[in-house]
Design a protein around this ligand. Structure first.
Ligand SMILES: Cc1cc2nc3c(=O)[nH]c(=O)nc-3n(C[C@H](O)[C@H](O)[C@H](O)COP(=O)(O)OP(=O)(O)OC[C@H]3O[C@@H](n4cnc5c(N)ncnc54)[C@H](O)[C@@H]3O)c2cc1C
Length: 339
């Protein structure tokens, strides 16, 4: 059994895609279940709160994190055919999401193409039910294996138990901070399939003969054009969720004399692009010291070398301006730490 190494006062700056300067009181990287159990025993003995860390691409680490930051670095993948044209693939939590999307494509396992190039690791994908270009994780999700932090017990949760919603799951609600996800099982198709209804994707594909490979390439190309690469310009992707407003909430938008883009949802609400709201308030390309709003994508806040507090001050300024102009409250999408 490999013994875990637990560090004190470990820098997290290289481990979060916003490159925010912050420290973990204790830090430990684990590559297997027994190491997780050791780390949890250490945390229990010292009475430490445990914070799971994957690729750090959906966290705003605004200050130091007290307790134990546990970097889940479990690797591996296994598969089993479940029907003539379907296969269930189980991925360890530390596998990089995009690398797994590409690997599945190479193996002829289809369904993940629209989710290509989303940063981060497998283990975090269920937390906010990642989604892009008309596909969400929950469309392919079978089950996950998790360890309960307080007891160290292993358990399996199926699709229904995860209570997936728009950028949401039970892990952001009733089970918040209770589990470490160690493995994720997805059901993929061994027959080529393609989901191309999403308008921007359909437009980019035009009348080309659609293959899963082409969908993946096209999604990557659109994303590279639209979103800054965190390696070049630190960011956490979409900083705010797209707000869902009831029909009555549209009136205030219209009273501003501008017809907002809107997308009708099955529950009768409308999804308004947060980027459009922020753009209307004049924030795109704005800079406040060493943080700012990306020049091409108003939904992406970028870090030019600032701190978490500076970034959050800008986020608050944006939320206040959008609320004052449209009466819509923007919700921050990444999880805040160290505040
Ligand atoms: C440029 C860019 C583009 C993005 N585009 C998209 C997009 O199109 N769609 C989308 O949905 N998201 C997008 N994101 C957000 C992000 O990529 C996803 O949320 C991703 O799943 C985060 O993975 P991670 O490993 O980096 O998670 P982290 O940032 O490490 O963690 C996120 C949260 O999950 C918890 N967590 C992490 N791993 C585990 C685990 N194994 N068990 C329990 N809890 C865990 C953490 O404590 C934290 O609360 C984007 C981000 C960036 C930077």
């Amino acid at each position: 059994m490999n013994t875990v190494e637990i560090k004190q006062n470990a820098s997290l700056q290289d481990l979060n895609s916003l490159a925010l300067p912050a420290y973990a009181e204790y830090f430990c990287s684990v590559s297997g279940i027994s190491q997780i159990q050791q780390a949890l025993a250490f945390a229990r003995e010292k009475g430490l709160q445990v914070t799971p860390l994957g690729g750090g691409s959906n966290m705003v680490i605004a200050g130091d994190i007290q307790g134990l930051v546990l970097h889940l670095d479990l690797k591996g993948m296994s598969s089993k055919p479940v029907a003539n044209d379907q296969i269930e693939v189980t991925f360890a939590a530390g596998e990089n999401w995009h690398e797994m999307v590409q690997l599945c494509l190479q193996k002829g396992w289809y369904g993940l193409e629209n989710l290509a190039l989303i940063p981060g690791n497998m283990g975090a994908a269920p937390i906010q039910n990642i989604g892009a270009y008309g596909v969400e994780l929950c469309d392919l999700f079978v089950s996950l294996q998790a360890i309960e932090i307080s007891t160290g017990e292993l358990m399996v949760l199926d699709n229904k138990q995860c209570q997936f919603g728009y950028r949401d799951s039970v892990f952001k609600q009733a089970y918040k901070d209770r589990f470490l996800i160690t493995h994720v099982c997805l059901r993929l198709s061994t027959q080529p399939t393609a989901q191309v209804q999403y308008p921007a994707l359909a437009e980019a594909l035009g009348d080309k003969a659609v293959t899963p490979e082409l969908v993946s390439e096209t999604v990557c190309r659109i994303r590279q054009q639209k979103l800054p690469d965190p390696a070049d310009l630190p960011n956490a992707g979409s900083f705010f969720k797209n707000p869902l407003v009831p029909e009555s909430g549209l009136d205030r938008l219209q009273s501003n004399g501008v017809q907002s883009p809107r997308y009708a949802q099955l529950d009768g609400t409308y999804k308004i692009p947060a980027a459009w709201l922020i753009d209307q308030c004049g924030f795109r390309g704005q800079r406040r010291g060493n943080v700012g709003v990306h020049e091409h994508q108003a939904l992406v806040l970028v870090n030019y070398g600032g701190t978490g507090n500076q970034l959050l001050a800008l986020a608050t300024e944006i939320q206040d301006a959008v609320f004052a102009k449209f009466g819509i409250a923007l919700e921050i999408e990444p999880r805040l730490y160290g505040v």
